[in-house]
Design a protein around this ligand. Structure first.
Ligand SMILES: Nc1ncnc2c1ncn2[C@@H]1O[C@H](COP(=O)(O)OP(=O)(O)OP(=O)(O)O)[C@@H](O)[C@H]1O
Length: 658
């Protein structure tokens, strides 16, 4: 069906509404002041922009009903934020739904001589231009409103009707607080004036008479090309200005008393609210962004003041609000369509856009979606009680059955409280990168036979307890190696003394006999062999070498500081293991989601977003060091990042991109 054909029923609907309004108007009389109108707010959630993102992540917003929606609360993942609006349009809503539901009803006020405005608000890339302009296949608010208005004016001013109607259009942009005529770009910055009746005018602004939709297109399409757009990290064709289409509907009464009326309609595609840490704006883009954000901030203050009925409305604080002074608040009818996006990278923008436009908001105590937003993606990792306690405390918390289960760790007795304290003090002086590396080694040992030991993201104190366990394990390994040598020497000596026994000894390790009278030999195999194996595997890849002692002066109760020896450590990792770690890290940086990136050491929400933004704009990183090119990440940070992550990844402690 053609757009023209689709528009026909709408015209009939609107014609009914407007002629009703016309009759109503004659009863009301010109002198009666209509009640002040509140600024209405509708929210439109656009769909995911690509199937891959839709498949890999859950939306961070979901609709509840036709007026409310909820957003995951990433600070408290067991809560959601519920927002209430005049209308909510979900991702499946069509251009027709938005137009008929929220825009068409206010157009009839133009024929009553009142002003109206429709503003598309929202973060950059969330669908404002799509909502206002759309495409030839999916025309937005502007073409639909123009078609209806032109049709109505033709019908209402037909011969024999009491009023003669005419329509004019002007098209301007507010760019860096300058008012520029898009129908006459050479005109320069235009002034905004107010006449004695409080009407806002722009002297010198081009006004074109239009009677048909093709008249409109003839002026509008070339003028749209004059609009300032530019590429940012988040939108290749980002609108850098507020585009304002002004449509005036004039009416002249054909018979006495020959009254005249004029209704103004502003259709505004606002520039996107921008978080410059994410857009990566610099230079001119940053300056543009400053102007955009300032005028949007003032718009927010104006809407708040209007909706709260405050005596002073700060219209004059920006060109945009000054222009809208007679069309926003008072007797004007306004609707803000807040456009939001479902992707997680838009989360902060979505919440700010909703907070900007929200009439009411409440916190609901229930998870957003069980299956979609995994807790660790939304909040710092929540650990089980056992993990939080750390190995020694966890052991205390274990039940009797668990406690009786023997494990290699259970051989190493926990240190006494005073020993523990001194170890902790010693460890707290260690280089953090060294701590990380030791942790990785701990994990490696854990994965190669001993009980897995927690964990990334544990508090520092807990990490220290873990590292203490690693140190204890190292000592235990040393002790057992010595013991093994001793036992082997004893066995050799025994074999020399009793060669017969050698013949009776099985060549391969046998299961432990369960009965009484077990000799020490099978026990030697059961304990020593696995430890040897662990040691061998770890040794082939990673060496932690004690380089010697560093002497350090420490304050003491006596007058003189006491000289203390401190162990110095050096880590040696095989080049293949390092290369493997680097490759894994690079894959994660290039393919990982925000959640994957956040699971890396030293990468939080902000850095993950910066990396994603950079990747989107520049494509994949060719080497890990390219991270330095990401705005907000310094060379030093890249160095620490490498130190903190390489070993863990090389040792296989991190899975690939999800
Ligand atoms: N409801 C929707 N359905 C399908 N595609 C959409 C929808 N909303 C937006 N898009 C698409 O998303 C992309 C970004 O939208 P758009 O340019 O309208 O964003 P914007 O908010 O105007 O951005 P900016 O402020 O940077 O100009 C476009 O490719 C657009 O076609």
């Amino acid at each position: 069906m053609s757009t023209e054909a689709k528009a026909r029923p709408r015209r009939r609907e609107m014609a009914a509404a407007t002629s009703g309004a016309g009759r109503c108007l004659s009863k009301v009389g010109a002198s009666r002041r209509p009640p002040p109108a509140r600024v209405r707010v509708a929210v439109r959630l656009r769909p995911f922009m690509d199937e891959a993102t839709r498949a890999s992540e859950a939306p961070c917003v979901r609709g509840i009903d036709s007026c409310s929606l909820e957003v995951a609360n990433w600070r408290k993942y067991q809560e959601t934020l519920k927002y209430q609006f005049d209308a909510f349009y979900g991702e499946k809503s069509t251009q027709q739904d938005i137009y008929v539901g929220s825009v068409q009803p206010i157009l009839r006020h133009l024929l009553e001589g009142q002003n109206a405005s429709v503003l598309a608000y929202g973060p950059t890339g969330a669908g404002k231009t799509h909502t206002m302009l759309g495409s030839p296949e999916q025309p937005g608010v502007i073409p639909r409103a123009l078609m209806d208005l032109l049709q109505i004016t033709r019908e209402e001013s037909a011969e024999g009707r009491p009023w003669d109607l005419s329509v004019t259009m002007s098209y301007l942009e507010i760019y860096q607080e300058k008012v520029l005529d898009l129908l006459d770009p050479a005109a320069g910055d235009l002034a905004i004036r107010e006449d004695c009746r409080g009407n806002i005018l722009i002297p010198g602004l081009t006004e074109k008479h239009i009677t048909t939709f093709s008249d409109f297109e003839q002026h509008f399409l070339p003028a749209s090309k004059n609009r300032v757009v530019g590429a940012t990290r988040l939108n290749q064709r980002s609108s850098r200005s507020h585009a304002v289409l002004l449509v005036k509907v004039g009416q002249r009464e054909r018979l006495a008393p020959f009254r005249q009326r004029e209704g103004k309609l502003y259709l505004i595609d606002l520039a996107g609210s921008e978080d410059n840490r994410r857009t990566g704006n610099q230079g001119i883009r940053l300056k543009e962004s400053g102007a955009i954000n300032t005028s949007l901030f003032v718009l927010g203050k104006v809407v708040d003041a209007l909706n709260q009925g405050l005596p002073r409305i700060p219209y004059r604080d920006s060109k945009l609000t000054r222009l809208l002074q007679d069309s926003l608040g008072g007797s004007a009818h306004s609707i803000i369509i807040a456009n939001i996006a479902p992707e997680r990278r838009f989360y902060q923008d979505t919440v700010s856009a909703l907070n900007f436009t929200a009439r009411s908001k409440e916190v609901i105590n229930r998870p957003f979606t069980n299956e979609s937003l995994q807790p660790h993606a939304l909040a710092p990792v929540k650990l089980s009680q056992k993990e939080l306690l750390g190995p020694s405390e966890a052991k205390k918390a274990k039940g009797p059955e668990e406690e009786s289960t023997g494990s290699p760790e259970s051989i190493a007795a926990p240190a006494s409280a005073s020993q523990k304290l001194s170890l902790l003090q010693k460890l707290s002086n260690m280089d953090p990168a060294m701590l990380e590396n030791l942790l990785s080694l701990d994990r490696l040992l854990g994965s190669q036979g001993s009980q897995g030991t927690p964990l990334l993201n544990t508090p520092k104190r807990e990490r220290m307890v873990l590292i203490k366990t690693v140190e204890e394990k190292d000592l235990e390994i040393e002790r057992l190696k010595m013991k093994q040598k001793e036992l082997e020497a004893k066995v050799l000596a025994q074999e020399v003394l009793d060669p017969k026994e050698k013949e009776n000894t099985p060549a391969t390790p046998q299961p432990l006999p369960s009965g009484p009278g077990t000799s020490a030999r099978p026990l030697k195999r059961a304990v020593v062999m696995p430890l040897q194996l662990i040691q061998k595997q770890a040794e082939s890849k990673i060496h932690i070498l004690k380089k010697g002692h560093k002497r350090k002066l420490e304050p003491s109760q006596e007058s003189k500081p006491v000289e203390k020896a401190e162990d110095c450590w050096e880590l040696q990792i095989s080049p293949e293991l390092l290369a493997h770690g680097r490759k894994k890290l690079l894959d994660l940086l290039n393919e990982g989601s925000a959640r994957d990136l956040r699971s890396l050491q030293l990468i939080g929400q902000k850095k993950a977003q910066l990396i994603l933004g950079w990747r989107e704009l520049h494509g994949p990183f060719s080497k890990v060091e390219d991270l330095e090119q990401v705005e907000g990440i310094s060379g030093k940070q890249v160095e620490s990042f490498l130190k903190a992550n390489l070993l863990g990844l090389a040792a296989g402690q991190h899975c690939g991109p999800s």
